[in-house]
Design a protein around this ligand. Structure first.
Ligand code: THU
Length: 127
């Protein structure tokens, strides 16, 4: 799958965002080593700390289908240029990176950018 397709799925997921408090919509789509994709959007709560980010929602969907190895994730927000995963999500992504690592893809007015998760989370915590 090419990364534009993965971004397109993240864009579609962002349209489902439930973000009445921040009004900041996010969509994410992960690509597993089995070649499957799983999407998620952020969903907020009136008790703000219960908010779930789009990336963790997408990872949860993959895990619920028995997948464990994610080779790429696309993240998109209509409210920001080049939306990258927050720190907490970077650590969650670290848990499920494939043996070849994970590409993090985001897009903005100047096209797609791809970085390795390791660049966004050097020395991520592992047990
Ligand atoms: N958000 C995400 O979905 N992913 C991120 O990586 C950063 C933040 C959401 C959480 C909240 O609903 C809104 O964006 C503003 O923080």
């Amino acid at each position: 799958m090419d990364y534009q397709e993965l971004i397109d799925k993240a864009i579609k997921a962002s349209e489902k965002s439930y973000s009445p408090y921040s009004k900041f919509a996010v969509g994410a789509c992960v690509l597993t080593t089995d070649g499957n994709t799983y999407c998620g959007c952020n969903f907020e709560n009136s008790s703000f700390g219960l908010t779930i980010c789009a990336e963790r929602n997408a990872v949860g969907s993959a895990i619920a289908e028995g997948e464990r190895k994610i080779k790429a994730i696309a993240v998109y927000s209509p409210n920001a240029q080049y939306c990258y995963p927050c720190g907490a999500c970077r650590q969650v992504l670290n848990e499920f990176k494939s043996d070849e690592g994970m590409d993090v893809i985001t897009c903005g007015d100047n096209g797609i950018k791809v970085v390795k998760l390791e660049e966004l989370l050097p020395e991520g915590f592992n047990l």
